[in-house]
Design a protein around this ligand. Structure first.
Ligand SMILES: NC(=O)C1=CN([C@@H]2O[C@H](COP(=O)(O)OP(=O)(O)OC[C@H]3O[C@@H](n4cnc5c(N)ncnc54)[C@H](O)[C@@H]3O)[C@@H](O)[C@H]2O)C=CC1
Ligand SMILES: O=C(O)CCC(=O)N[C@@H](CCC(=O)O)C(=O)O
Length: 499
């Protein structure tokens, strides 16, 4: 971290770094179990001051020419690129991500800028067309002040996916990052300050759930842009019930299916690779991770599963900076690891057959090995997202059953089919209910240049990534002409004749 920067001043409100006035807030390195930072969470009063600062800054920022707003974002992009390794190391320390992944996260944050500028112009820019009575003009206006809520698994990239398009559109923001990653947020906001973002445009309030509750309840927000669990997202949705005036964009979890069908022996390694990248990348901590592997019962599937178990058993697990580099780091905390072990025990207790047992290296860290449980004969498995390296296997006899099993969830974020058959892909693509549906690619790794969002308990039809531009601005349609003239033809019964 930049040594000139006092990290106990963890909030940034109206251009000033200051300490939160709430309860103590600490972070623990999940790879060592050691405390790495201690500060204070934001109080309701801090949140209120941050919202007021954002409100006061709104008019000027909204009236700043779009090219100037974009120029600030481009300077922010360049700072991210110049300090990529430093920010990646912070992410790695706070959430345990291996360095290769943390670097990719920072690179994705930087790449988001150009894509968002392009998306803003393409989806919400201004257009004009000649019509009979003048010109039909379409403009877009920013909503006002948004609260932005971030999750822990991509503490840089995912809030950035709301912040960048919202700023480009002219909104002002109060950002409440994950309590697991306050310094990643501080350093990111510091880059915004260095890039020349005016005071009050982006305010940072660090803290845990209570800070989030205070922000979400603030009456002067024009909307909430949220990425996190379905539980929290649904609570926010209830809170804003009956408030059509507030924008609410929810990017939530998934219980994502991966269907493997009609594999030839030569397809097995590719299918195993894509399954590992679906289920175990980021130690299973992606909303797009496959949680349910649906396979065709029979000898071919058995050969595939045997190879999958062997490869998953060999996955290198280790701390972010280890050499040779690990495939997976720890999950975000020892407590989260414990909950995942409980989930595995529950699957087993309900009749699941453990093909590969997930194990915790020690009780004080988040290190887990990959786990695979065949739940074909298990009873009543809850439709839940277990956010870690735990994969359920379901064996079925027909492709219709596979489609039914894939859709047997209230979530609808990501799905993929691994199969050489174009005919099966045609059926899968139109029948599977999810916002990201891939063929012979992992469920993970969605592109920022495409819309990203889910249906059901995964989202509220406000997709992010390329379509984030849509929820950051509202359209204003005008028919306009400088000529104030009486039309040549008047409707029946209307006369402008003077007596
Ligand atoms: N669809 C998507 O784009 C993505 C979804 N996710 C989902 O995020 C989850 C993991 O992230 P977590 O940090 O555990 O999510 P979370 O829901 O626990 O927390 C998200 C944010 O909301 C805040 N928060 C928690 N309770 C709150 C409340 N009652 N009111 C207001 N704010 C509250 C937290 O402090 C945090 O800043 C997983 O379920 C994952 O699937 C993660 C990444 C991408
Ligand atoms: O938001 C974007 O720019 C694209 C979506 C994205 O990055 N998705 C990632 C991770 C999201 C997550 O799972 O937490 C992915 O699909 O792997």
């Amino acid at each position: 971290m930049n040594t000139r920067f006092n990290t106990t001043l963890s909030n940034h409100i109206d251009g000033a770094w200051q300490a939160g006035g709430g309860v103590p807030l600490v972070t623990i390195d999940p790879a060592t179990g050691r405390e790495t930072w201690a500060g204070t969470a934001s109080s309701a009063d801090d949140v209120d001051r941050a919202v007021r600062a954002a409100r006061a800054a709104f008019e000027d920022w909204a009236m700043t020419p779009p090219a100037e707003r974009s120029a600030v974002c481009l300077r922010f992009r360049d700072l991210l690129r110049a300090h990529g390794d430093e920010l990646a190391a912070l992410i790695a320390e706070e959430v345990g991500k291996p360095m290769w992944e943390a670097r990719t996260e920072v690179a994705t944050m930087a790449n988001k800028i150009d894509i968002s500028i392009q998306a803003h112009a393409a989806r919400t820019g201004a257009t004009a067309a000649k019509v009979a009575d003048g010109h039909a003009v379409l403009r877009h206006r920013p909503h006002g002040v948004f609260g932005v809520f971030g999750p822990y698994n991509f503490p840089g990239h995912l809030p950035n996916g709301h912040i960048v398009p919202a700023l480009i559109a002219g909104n002002t923001l109060v950002f409440k990052p994950s309590e697991y990653a306050p310094r990643t947020a501080m350093r990111t906001v510091q880059f915004w300050v260095e890039a020349g973002l005016p005071d009050g445009v982006l305010n940072l309030v660090n803290g845990g759930r209570e800070t989030g509750v205070a922000l979400a309840r603030h009456p002067d927000l024009d909307g909430i842009l949220f990425t996190g669990s379905s539980r929290t997202g649904i609570a926010l949705h209830r809170q804003l019930a009956g408030r059509p005036d507030k924008m609410l964009a929810l990017e939530m979890g998934g219980n994502n299916p991966l269907v493997v069908w009609d594999l030839a022996p030569g397809d097995i390694d590719a299918a195993v690779h894509h399954t590992v990248m679906s289920a175990f990348v980021s130690a299973g901590q992606r909303c797009t991770c496959a949680r349910r592997l649906i396979v065709q019962d029979g000898p071919a599937a058995q050969a595939f599963l045997d190879r999958l178990v062997a490869v998953a058993r060999g996955l290198r697990v280790g701390p972010p900076h280890a050499q040779p580099e690990p495939f997976m780091g720890p999950v975000v905390s020892a407590a989260v690891a414990w909950n995942l072990l409980e989930a595995q025990a529950m699957l087993e207790a309900r009749g699941g057959n453990v093909l590969l047992r997930m194990r915790q290296a020690d009780a004080d860290t988040g290190f887990l090995t990959a786990g695979i449980v065949d739940v074909t004969d298990a009873q009543t498995i809850p439709d839940e997202e277990w956010f870690g390296p735990l994969l359920q296997v379901v064996r079925v006899a027909t492709f219709d059953e596979a489609l039914r099993a894939a859709n047997a969830t209230e979530f609808g974020l990501a799905a993929a089919l691994l199969s050489p058959s174009p005919a099966l892909w045609q059926r899968f693509a139109v029948k599977v209910r999810a916002g990201v549906v891939n063929w012979n690619r992992p469920t993970t790794g969605a592109a920022s240049s495409a819309p990203f969002g889910g249906i059901g308990k995964s989202g509220n039809h406000r997709p992010s990534a390329y379509y984030a531009a849509d929820y950051c601005a509202w359209p204003v349609a005008s028919i306009e002409t400088p000529d104030l003239a009486v039309p040549a033809v008047l409707p029946p019964g209307l006369s402008l004749d003077r007596p």
